[in-house]
Design a protein around this ligand. Structure first.
Ligand SMILES: [Zn+2]
Length: 67
């Protein structure tokens, strides 16, 4: 689910206020090197939800939260 660029421009990393970019279905802060999940089209910009940005690309089997 793509995020509109105008919307993305309004968002910022909650930790460093740096801009975010789309990365594999999430939003990556290129400064913190963390990836925020996007659930149902809603970015979850919580430090607790952030994952290391490299993890998604390193072939992990992590498919999200287990309820
Ligand atoms: Zn950041």
């Amino acid at each position: 689910m793509a995020i509109k660029k105008e919307f993305l421009d309004l968002l910022a990393c909650p930790q460093c206020r740096h801009a975010l970019r789309e990365n594999g279905g999430g939003l990556e802060c290129v400064k913190c090197r963390v990836l925020y999940p996007v659930k149902d089209g809603i970015p979850v910009l919580l430090p607790d939800a952030a994952a290391p940005a490299g993890a998604a690309a390193s072939g992990g089997a992590n498919d999200g939260e287990k309820a």
